[in-house]
Design a protein around this ligand. Structure first.
Ligand SMILES: Cc1cc2nc3c(=O)[nH]c(=O)nc-3n(C[C@H](O)[C@H](O)[C@H](O)COP(=O)(O)OP(=O)(O)OC[C@H]3O[C@@H](n4cnc5c(N)ncnc54)[C@H](O)[C@@H]3O)c2cc1C
Length: 462
């Protein structure tokens, strides 16, 4: 990495750069369960916990291919948003008749997360600071004002901050205006949340097997058999929370592409540096371009700074080598100092990437297989820290087999448009990325390609 502030940065994700909990043993031999959960990220962990909370007598096993929380779950920005639809604008576009309900469910979901942390004594640095959306170019202010109106109609507690007010709140060199959503987002430490959820599950009797990749699913008549390298699980019901990875259920695969997102973490700021940026209310911040940055403070006053590039590697592979992208890290570092020139001299200690399960509608989709004995939730795109808990509830409702208010939602019944097969897929995605970058340089004007995608309800985002 060429940027001098990145010279000492390590490639381990900041949140995972600690002593990890002792691993659970891999599955060896045959076992049975009422519910087998595949994936030890937020989707799988919430599914296991909520299943036990609904029915303490249920026998639940979680199978994780590597380590609990090692993937997107342990690498993200830790913005835990109420939105279930990857932001309000996306929700209004895609589910106009249902968005009020989805907003209410989202608020209840975030409240439910907060209550769960209290109930199980999970300390993950949860701070319900809300989120600031900031305009860094004059052309973005109109979009903020539009969003403000819609947010108010939906009952969000939002406040407009003009140029002076936003710069008084956070002393950034680039701000033109901002909107503060007071309580629709919390900041948290995602790895501590994952480990806390796993601990709560274990205390309720959930069994975990790490290093246990599910390589096949077969029907046994009354249940399903999951094959793993050294054992099998026969379960009455199966829930898939496998994120961006190749789904054990073939029909899910055309709907998801793995897109890489990258982040940096600074060293802890000194008191003087901390004072120089204001930011007393510690909100999560996102800027408003199509290629946006997200950033936040940690509990030891570092700044996590991520986003901007969302990278699809042609062919759709997921590889350890892709966790590092020096050109993106350099770009992120340069943007950081443009925003906070007063922090000149601050160094980054960590630079990492992770893979996001992107779908063409940017928010989760759901479904069943094997005559309703298996359910999946996938496609959270860049906003799954909170929404995965909702996804878990949907999966459990689907597996219960009776219609519920959640399974009746259009969001739950409908699917995104699938991606075309390779090599067309790579061509389409790269053209879209190029067009998005161009729109940001051209005051937000969308070219013919993006307008066509918009009309078709398709798109591409981090
Ligand atoms: C850099 C980055 C920043 C982000 N920032 C934010 C943010 O600030 N806020 C936000 O809301 N979202 C953010 N996200 C997205 C968020 O992290 C995800 O939406 C969320 O963690 C998804 O959780 P998951 O459990 O569905 O998937 P994952 O965390 O990817 O977990 C899936 C798990 O399934 C396991 N698995 C897969 N296949 C198998 C198999 N066959 N057998 C056994 N195990 C299997 C994997 O090993 C993995 O552990 C970010 C993501 C990244 C990468």
């Amino acid at each position: 990495m060429g940027h001098p502030a990145l010279r000492d940065a390590v490639s381990t994700p900041f949140w995972l750069d600690r002593t990890l909990p002792d691993p659970h043993p891999p599955l060896r031999g045959e076992t049975t369960a009422d519910l087998a959960v595949v994936g030890g990220g937020f989707s799988g962990l919430w599914t296991a916990l909520l299943a036990k909370e609904r029915d303490p007598g249920l026998d639940v096993v979680v199978l994780e291919g590597r380590r609990i929380g090692w993937a997107a779950t342990g690498r993200n920005g830790g913005f835990c948003a109420a939105s279930l639809t990857h932001g309000l604008a996306n929700g209004v576009d895609r589910f106009p008749d249902e968005i009020e309900t989805l907003e209410e469910l989202g608020r209840a979901n975030l409240d439910g997360i907060e209550a769960t942390l209290r109930r199980h004594g999970i300390d993950c640095g949860f701070e319900r600071t809300g989120e600031l959306s900031v305009a860094t170019e004059p052309w973005q202010v109109g979009g903020l004002l539009e969003g403000l109106e819609t947010s108010r109609r939906m009952g969000r507690r939002v406040e407009f901050l003009d140029r002076d007010a936003i710069r008084a709140e956070v002393r950034a060199a680039t701000y033109e205006a901002g909107v503060w959503d007071r309580d629709g987002t919390a900041m948290l430490d995602p790895a501590r949340l994952a480990w806390g959820l796993a601990g709560a599950c274990a205390a309720l009797g959930v069994r975990f097997h790490e290093g246990t990749r599910v390589t096949g699913v077969h029907s046994t008549g009354s249940g399903l058999r999951l094959r793993t390298p050294h054992g099998t699980v026969t379960a009455a019901r199966v829930a898939l929370g496998t994120g961006a990875f190749r789904s054990p259920l073939r029909r899910v695969r055309p709907f998801i592409v793995p897109v890489y997102d990258y982040a940096l973490m600074t060293e802890p700021l000194t008191e003087a540096q901390r004072a120089s940026i204001g930011w007393a209310d510690r909100q999560g911040i996102g800027d408003s371009a199509n290629q946006f940055h997200y950033y936040r403070l940690t509990d030891d006053n570092r700044i996590l700074w991520g986003g901007y590039d969302a990278v699809y590697y042609n062919g759709g592979g997921i590889r350890p080598a892709y966790d590092q992208r020096p050109s993106t890290s350099d770009k992120l570092a340069a943007h950081f100092f443009e925003t906070f020139p007063q922090l000149d001299g601050v160094r980054f200690t960590h630079a990492w990437g992770g893979v996001v399960d992107t779908c063409s509608r940017f928010c989760a989709f759901f479904g069943t297989g094997y005559a309703g004995r298996l359910a999946y939730a996938a496609g959270f795109t860049g906003l799954g820290v909170g929404a995965t808990r909702f996804g878990a509830q949907v999966m459990l409702d689907l597996l219960a087999g009776e219609p519920t208010p959640l399974t009746r939602l259009r969001m739950v019944r409908s699917r995104p448009v699938p991606f075309p097969p390779e090599p067309v897929r790579s061509g389409v995605i790269q053209l879209t990325r190029w067009s998005i970058a161009r729109a940001d340089r051209d005051e937000g004007r969308r070219n013919l390609w993006l307008r066509t995608l918009d009309r078709l309800g398709l798109g591409f985002d981090s």
